[in-house]
Design a protein around this ligand. Structure first.
Ligand SMILES: [Zn+2]
Length: 150
């Protein structure tokens, strides 16, 4: 048996190298053919893939139900931004599928959240209401009725 440390030829049943004292049996465990050694290296960025997907789905869900109020708009925008960041971080790992789902859902959720927020601000502004009253009195009246109904 040849010592992997110093190259000295030892007896086959020897446990330690007579020349340098390295363990001969242990050394053979870390052989190049060992499946553990050949396993793909763990990519630490993989941990972002699952949160990215979950945040993306949350963002999209709250983006769709944004009409419920400002809190859902904030949630969809914040989760959308985080989902996009986490997706980009984990896009080049083995968890690519989760990252892509997170990215797509996150972008849609973010866009919906921003659009609903803009619409919410516009609809609630006095300028918009007076503009509506002057130019589209029927719509304005319908809007007033709808608001009273709520
Ligand atoms: Zn040796």
């Amino acid at each position: 048996m040849k010592c992997v440390t110093c190259g000295k030829e030892n007896e086959d049943n020897a446990k330690y190298c007579v020349d340098c004292g390295a363990a001969l049996v242990e050394a053979s465990i870390f052989d190049a053919d060992d499946p553990i050694v050949q396993e793909k290296p763990y990519n630490p960025k993989e941990v972002y893939a699952k949160p990215a997907m979950i945040l993306g789905i949350v963002s999209l869900s709250f983006g769709i139900i944004c009409c419920l109020g400002p809190i859902s708009m904030v949630i969809s925008i914040l989760c959308g931004i985080l989902a996009i960041i986490f997706s980009i971080l984990s896009l080049k790992t083995d968890k690519r599928k989760n990252a892509v789902v997170g990215l797509v859902c996150g972008i849609i959720g973010l866009v919906l959240g921003i659009l609903f927020t803009i619409a919410f601000i516009v609809i609630n502004s006095p300028e918009f209401l007076s503009y509506l009253e002057q130019n589209y009195p029927e719509i304005w009246q319908a809007y007033q009725d709808a608001m009273q109904g709520v």
